[in-house]
Design a protein around this ligand. Structure first.
Ligand code: SUD
Ligand code: ADP
Length: 310
């Protein structure tokens, strides 16, 4: 059988408000607009002849070393296989084909763009296909949430508003044409540490229109919103401030901000071409720079339906 392929796109938080805390576990409640950039990891899955639904993983690509070590059990791709086997039950899992996955890791690790979550979601999409499973959408979303708060939004890879801890998804405003640049300085930032370091204040949820017709409208609204984790991340990793200054000085930049808990920052431009044209002005030694378009309309209509077709 020839390999199946999936792209795991970078998730960008255009704004991120911390609106409260969950009493049960202290997790922070968020209001965030997540969009997906063309930048992506690539997954390749080949089914083997063995049975039992085992998932083996080989990691290659620019950021493979960031996921070092030979023990793959903790990798979100392998864990996606484990939660799906658990869902179908031990008896049925015995008959599932073993699979070999190759992850081409092209997104920086632990960098606020949800690469691990996107990989987990891509693995779920591939496993549902190769194992011919028909899982109702609600069950799939619950399973994705167990893997991480960002995994549900990565299943569809469609722009969405995220609330709760990320698992409450509603459609995003229709986005205007624009281009995006992403810059990561090479330092990973710890998400729990950023949450711990932030000032203990909350921001109300944003008011969003159903559509932004032009980039200027979206930039005007986003300018009134914030990433509430940015100051804490800059305090922990001062180079983020340098990245933001470089993006703001780039020709054609309309807005620059950090994504998620950092350290990756994004900038918006009038078009993908304008973003690409500004790339050289921003590039510094050791920085990862990507420029291009957003994913539009989502890449996975199969998981947009009520259930996953076999
Ligand atoms: C901040 C966001 C925004 O999209 O993105 P990233 O920076 O990860 O891309 C996410 O909410 C990241 O969610 P997730 O990826 O599940 O975070 P994890 O690494 O599992 O969280 C690690 C720790 O951060 C804290 N945490 C995380 C999420 C949240 N809503 N409240 C929290 O308090 C908790 O202490 C948790 O144990
Ligand atoms: N396939 C994977 N890709 C990236 N990180 C992974 C993966 N599997 C497990 N992880 C772990 O998940 C953590 C968060 O990674 P990632 O999703 O890249 O962060 P972020 O959401 O901040 O961009 C990392 O500390 C990493 O060790």
């Amino acid at each position: 059988m020839s390999p199946l392929h999936e792209l795991a796109h970078a998730k960008i938080n255009l704004y991120l408000h911390v609106t409260g805390r969950r009493p049960a576990d202290g997790y922070h409640l968020l209001d965030s607009l997540a969009v997906f950039a063309g930048a992506a990891d690539r997954l390749e899955l080949t089914a083997g002849s063995g049975r039992g639904g085992r998932v083996t993983l080989d990691i290659r690509g620019r950021f493979a070393a960031g996921l070092g070590g030979d023990d793959r059990a903790d990798n979100l791709i392998v864990r996606a296989g484990a939660v799906l086997r658990e869902l179908v039950g031990a008896d049925a899992a015995r008959h599932l084909p073993d699979v070999a996955v190759v992850l081409h890791k092209e997104l920086p690790v632990a960098s606020g763009i949800g690469g691990g979550s996107a990989d987990a979601a891509a693995a779920l999409r591939l496993l549902l296909r190769v194992w011919k499973l028909d899982v109702p959408r609600a069950a799939l979303m619950a399973l994705a949430t167990r893997l991480g708060a960002d995994v549900p939004v990565c299943l569809d890879q469609r722009a969405a508003r995220m609330e709760g801890i990320g698992e409450e998804l509603t459609p995003a405003p229709i986005l205007p044409p624009c281009g995006m640049m992403l810059v990561n300085c090479g330092e990973s930032v710890s998400t729990p540490q950023v949450f711990r370091t932030r000032a203990p204040v909350f921001t109300p949820r944003a008011v969003l229109p159903p559509q932004w017709h032009a980039l200027a409208d979206m930039v005007r609204d986003l300018s009134a919103q914030t990433n509430d984790l940015q100051d804490a991340a800059c305090a922990l990793c001062p180079e983020i401030t340098t990245v933001l200054s470089a993006l703001r000085a780039a020709p054609g930049c309309r807005l620059a901000r950090m994504s998620g808990s950092g350290a990756t920052c994004f900038a918006l431009f009038d078009s993908p071409a304008a973003a690409r044209a500004a790339q050289d002005a921003v590039q510094r030694a050791g920085w990862w720079v990507w420029a291009g378009d957003l994913c539009r309309n989502g890449g996975n209509p199969a998981v947009g339906a009520d259930s996953i077709p076999a």
